[in-house]
Design a protein around this ligand. Structure first.
Ligand SMILES: Nc1ncnc2c1ncn2[C@@H]1O[C@H](COP(=O)(O)OP(=O)(O)OP(=O)(O)O)[C@@H](O)[C@H]1O
Ligand SMILES: [Mg+2]
Length: 421
């Protein structure tokens, strides 16, 4: 099978790494890939979706897997399907579940899926009136995609009103903020759940926990995620069953009823409040860094999982996961998330311990290759992943690997997976 992965981050590297270990995969392409993906396959410097589809036809690519949300919400899947190319990911219509928070909240309300009480509006007066009815903090969300920066947890009504007016005026996020969601603050603990869907059936992956804040103890600004681990012991069978029955099934049935069957990764952002799962949001792609720790837990060949999902055959697949844990520690550049940093050469010491070599690896993200050397050029540079029979063993291996990786200004959290230890 010839496969193409769309994207350039650690998520796409992790999917590519799983496919590179899959005997069924012949040729592997990345569009555009990053500085390290040539070690796994061939980078393709084509951006335009029609040209990518043409390339896929010319190279007899059997399956394309889309990593990031932007091409999905822009309709890359529709372009490929129009040419009868097999592609894994939601249609433009189905990708609205992430592309528009207003669409997502109204969908949750219409199909009775538990979530925070909210209003959606493009009127400042309506926003202010609703804010005054809420306690504090108040949550204000921009409708469109804002790369994880479109949500304000406002400690006071005044700050909530300021956030709402800056969004609605277009000052904060342009068009993406011209409509807002105002919702109640939910007090509980957060989880990420991922369902691989084929429009009708789905496969639930082990639940993971991300670490959004920059510093230890969940301090500092929100980031794209500084580390993750799975499976999390914070989820028991009862919660899995509740999520299946009260979130995933009604979502797949609802999207069919809306005429936009959901195919791809349904990433459910959950807040568990008194044992009850409430949906904070949907994303329609793998999380990053969650993907880097979920792929190594897959025992079923990755090509089989993605191909059967893309061809509506998940009911024929009994997916297997390794009986292991995985922990991923993000290494970021000096000035992340405030601004970009000077490129810094990455040096990885030789891994002499076989145990460490066998149970840990690096998933490369914001890196570029220059003169045969790898340089840290992005905000989140790479993820050190450890696997093991316990979360503690997996974590210790991830941090041991971090000790072998060097670049100027590197920063990381030292408490990834703390909630499970
Ligand atoms: N109603 C709520 N109550 C409490 N915290 C919330 C609420 N909604 C959002 N949050 C917090 O804000 C974070 C970001 O919110 P959300 O996931 O909706 O936005 P996002 O920008 O789409 O995030 P992502 O980049 O993960 O897709 C959540 O991970 C959670 O920590
Ligand atoms: Mg989101």
């Amino acid at each position: 099978m010839n496969i193409m992965v769309i994207g350039s981050g650690g998520r796409e590297y992790a999917i590519g790494r799983a496919l590179s270990q899959d005997a069924a995969v012949e040729k592997l392409y990345f569009a555009p890939g990053n500085g390290a993906t040539p070690a796994l396959g061939e980078n393709v410097d084509i951006k335009e979706y029609d040209a990518l589809a043409e390339f896929a036809k010319d190279q007899a690519i059997d399956l394309t897997i889309v990593g990031p949300e932007a091409p999905l919400t822009e309709g890359i899947v529709d372009v490929f399907k129009a040419r009868e190319l097999t592609i894994f990911g939601p249609s433009k219509a189905a990708a609205q579940l992430e592309g528009s928070k207003v669409y997502m909240k109204n969908f949750l309300a219409k199909y009775g899926i538990p979530t925070a009480s909210y209003i959606e509006t493009d009127h400042i007066d309506t926003a202010f009136k609703f804010i005054d009815t809420l306690g504090t903090p108040v949550v204000v969300k921009a409708d469109g995609l804002c790369a994880g920066k479109g949500v304000i947890i406002a400690p006071t009504h005044d700050e909530a009103k300021k956030a709402a007016s800056e969004m609605l005026s277009g000052k904060a996020f342009g068009e993406a903020g011209k409509k807002v969601i105002i919702e109640e603050f939910l007090d509980g603990y957060e989880l990420s759940m991922f369902a691989i869907c084929d429009g009708e059936d789905y496969i639930l992956l082990p639940a993971a926990q991300d670490h959004k804040r920059l510093e230890d103890g969940d301090q500092g600004p929100n980031t794209g995620g500084m580390g993750a681990y799975a499976p999390t012991p914070l989820v028991n069978d009862e919660i899995y069953e509740k999520v299946k029955a009260s979130v995933i099934r009604p979502t797949l049935d609802g999207m069919q009823a809306e005429g936009a069957p959901f195919e791809g990764v349904l990433f459910i952002g959950l807040m568990i409040v008194n044992g009850e799962p409430l949906t904070l949001e949907f994303n329609v792609r793998f999380g990053d860094p969650e993907c880097e720790i979920l792929m190594p837990l897959l025992a079923t060949p990755a090509s089989e999982l993605f191909y059967k999902a893309a061809t509506k055959q998940l009911d024929t697949l009994k997916v297997q996961f390794k009986d292991e844990y995985a922990v991923g520690v993000v290494m970021a550049s000096r000035d992340y998330p405030y601004k970009s940093s000077e490129p810094a050469e990455i040096v990885v010491d030789e891994i002499v311990h076989t145990e460490l070599a066998e149970h840990s690896h690096i998933a490369y993200a914001g890196v570029s290759e220059m003169d045969g050397k790898l340089f840290a050029t992005g905000g989140r540079v790479l993820v050190c992943v450890g696997t093991g029979e316990s979360i503690r063993q997996a974590r210790d291996r991830a941090y041991a690997l971090c000790g072998q990786v060097h670049f100027a200004g590197k920063k990381l959290r030292t408490d990834i997976a703390y909630q499970a230890l």
